[in-house]
Design a protein around this ligand. Structure first.
Ligand SMILES: [Zn+2]
Ligand SMILES: [Zn+2]
Length: 209
C-alpha cells in the first residue's frame, strides 16, 4: 500500500465517512496512513488505511458493540473490549444471573432429581451440612428489613402449621398407634420446653403487669 497515494477524503466505508488524513504511524518498517473518520452515530475516530479498506473496522466501537442486551442503552465505555455487550456492572450482573438461571433450568429439565442428588452428596460429604444450611438461612432472614422479616416468618409459620395439621390428620386416619406415639412425643417435648422456659416466661409475665 506504500505506493498508493489515494485521497480517501469523503469516501464511505460501511458506517464510516473519511474526514481527512490524520497522519501516519509506523508498523514495523512501513509507514501506515491513518484517517480521521466519522461514524453514522456522530463519533469521530482514527482508523488506519488497511483496516479501513479491508473493512476490519466498519463502525465506531460503540456501534460495533451494539446496544446493551439487558436495557438497550448504548455502551460507550472505551476501556471495555468490543465483545462486551452490557452497558454497566448492574446490567452485567443481571446478564450473568439470567445465564445462570438458563443453564440451571436446562440442567433441571435433563435431570429433575438434580437438586436432591446434589444435597445428598453434600450431606454425605459434610456432617454439619444441614446445620450450616439452617444457619445460612437464618442469617439471610435476619439481614432482611424488619417488616419483610416478619412477613417471611408469618408465611413460614402458616406453612408449617398447615403441613403439621395435614400430617397429624393423615397419621390419625392411617396409623392410629403411630399417631398416639407422635402425640405423646410432642407432649413430652412441650412439657420439657415449658420446664426449661418456665422462669423466663414468669419473668416476661411479671414484666407485662
Ligand atoms: Zn458509531
Ligand atoms: Zn444496560
Amino acid at each position: 500500500m506504500a505506493g498508493l497515494e489515494v485521497d480517501y477524503t469523503g469516501c464511505k466505508f460501511h458506517a464510516l465517512t473519511v474526514l481527512h488524513l490524520a497522519g501516519t504511524v509506523k508498523h514495523g518498517r512501513n509507514n501506515v496512513k491513518v484517517w480521521l473518520c466519522e461514524c453514522v452515530c456522530g463519533k469521530t475516530l482514527d482508523v488506519d488505511q488497511a483496516s479501513l479498506l479491508k473493512g476490519q473496522k466498519p463502525a465506531c466501537k460503540t456501534c460495533r458493540r451494539g446496544p446493551c442486551v439487558i436495557c438497550g442503552a448504548p455502551i460507550d465505555n472505551d476501556d471495555w473490549g468490543v465483545k462486551r455487550n452490557t452497558c454497566s456492572d448492574v446490567c452485567q450482573k443481571e446478564q450473568r444471573r439470567q445465564n445462570g438461571r438458563r443453564s440451571y433450568y436446562k440442567l433441571i429439565e435433563l435431570d429433575p432429581d438434580h437438586n436432591k442428588k446434589r444435597h445428598k452428596a453434600r450431606q454425605a460429604a459434610d456432617p454439619l451440612y444441614e446445620k450450616k444450611r439452617y444457619q445460612l438461612r437464618l442469617k439471610r432472614l435476619n439481614a432482611l428489613p424488619e417488616k419483610q422479616r416478619q412477613a417471611v416468618i408469618q408465611k413460614q409459620n402458616e406453612y408449617t402449621n398447615l403441613w403439621r395439621s395435614n400430617y397429624v390428620k393423615r397419621l390419625k386416619a392411617e396409623d392410629y398407634p403411630a399417631y398416639l406415639k407422635y402425640r405423646s412425643a410432642m407432649n413430652a417435648y412441650f412439657r420439657q420446653w415449658y420446664k426449661a422456659h418456665k422462669l423466663a416466661l414468669k419473668e416476661a409475665n411479671t414484666d407485662c403487669q
